[in-house]
Write a new protein. Structure first.
Length: 337
């Protein structure tokens, strides 16, 4: 049973047994779009959902309970990640979701693959963590350059994902495109399985390290990560400005004993401008509570770098407004003038 289902059932059970308390408190569901189960969005989204939830009948924050929003039941939903999430948030099919900064910028402004299809209602709640772009190869696999991918079987991430949007732009700089590769539109877990089975020569995926599907691949069949040259990193940053130079340290994956030069994009928690200001204020406050801090620190390696102090890092440069409810919290916290 998935985390989201367990959470919803637990919340409903709490409500039924709470009797009069549950009746006096309105239950509100809040859907958070994440990504595939083998990536980082899904577990991080689950932690956030847990942190901001406080179903009717739950123990109060001051009495040892969760410090989520009273009556709120948040649910992390597995999706095709960034592009899917911004579309769903704009359409009102989800209340919030995770997105890479580049996809968020393109979608809000209606440029790139979103040309003529702008998403003007997108609003930011918080910057979360950097997502490193992984170019995964089979154990012993080597590339002398990105251009060497021509003629190979390459996973370019699933359709509708922010990774795919960025990867196609980055590949294009090196003369690599759908006409000269055998592309596979797969999620992270599917791509890792294809590498393990010898059905792919390489695949791309942007996610916060360490990535569950890659840990499994590394521990079973083994893998290599392509280290981009300084020139390739510089060009990628020029083509997709929100992908900045980064490094995956040696040992992040047990079998990868060398530093990996790459680029990274910030993962952002996004909502719709039409979401109630007070609700988003309370959600933002709950996200940075002491109980949420414990959940983030213990729930995933990337959770430790999700902090209130970095919640606004790079946000102004994305060109997408903060939600007024989130803005109110950051002003009160002294993080925003």
């Amino acid at each position: 049973m998935r985390f989201t289902s367990k959470l919803a059932i637990a919340a409903l059970a709490s409500a039924m047994f709470a009797g009069g308390i549950a009746e006096a408190q309105e239950m509100k569901f809040f859907r958070i779009g994440t990504g595939g189960a083998g990536g980082t969005y899904f577990p991080i989204g689950g932690i956030i959902a847990n942190a901001i939830s406080n179903p009717p009948g739950s123990r109060e924050c001051g009495k040892g309970g969760n410090c989520g929003v009273p009556g709120l039941v948040a649910m992390a939903q597995s999706t095709n990640a960034s592009a899917h999430n911004v579309n769903a948030i704009q359409a009102g099919q989800m209340e919030a979701g995770l997105s890479g900064a580049a996809t968020l910028h393109f979608a809000y402004n209606g440029i790139g693959k979103f040309k003529g299809n702008a998403k003007p209602d997108l609003r930011i709640i918080a910057n979360l963590y950097p997502e490193d772009l992984h170019l995964v190869l089979p154990k012993g696999g080597k590339l002398s350059s990105v251009a060497d991918l021509k003629g190979k079987r390459v996973g370019i991430a699933q359709a509708g994902s922010g990774t795919q949007i960025a990867v196609e732009l980055i590949l294009g700089d090196h003369g690599v495109n759908r006409d000269n590769i055998d592309e596979a539109e797969l999620n992270n877990s599917q791509s890792a399985e294809r590498i393990a089975d010898g059905q792919l020569d390489a695949y791309f995926y942007a996610a916060g390290t360490p990535v569950a599907a890659m840990i499994q691949l590394d521990n079973t069949k083994g893998m290599e990560l392509y280290s981009f040259t300084d020139a390739e990193v510089k060009q990628a940053n020029k083509t997709v400005p929100y992908y900045i130079p980064s490094k995956i340290p040696a040992g992040t994956y047990a079998g990868v004993s060398y530093d990996v030069n790459t680029v990274a994009v910030s993962g952002i928690l996004v909502t719709n401008a039409k979401q109630d200001d007070e609700l988003i204020y309370q959600i933002t406050k709950a996200l940075w509570s002491d109980t949420a801090r414990k959940l983030l620190d213990n729930g995933h390696a990337k959770g430790k770098v999700i902090t209130k102090e970095t919640a606004l890092d790079g946000v102004a440069g994305i060109g997408v407004p903060l939600h007024p409810g989130a803005e109110r919290f950051y002003k009160e916290a002294g993080l925003l003038k």
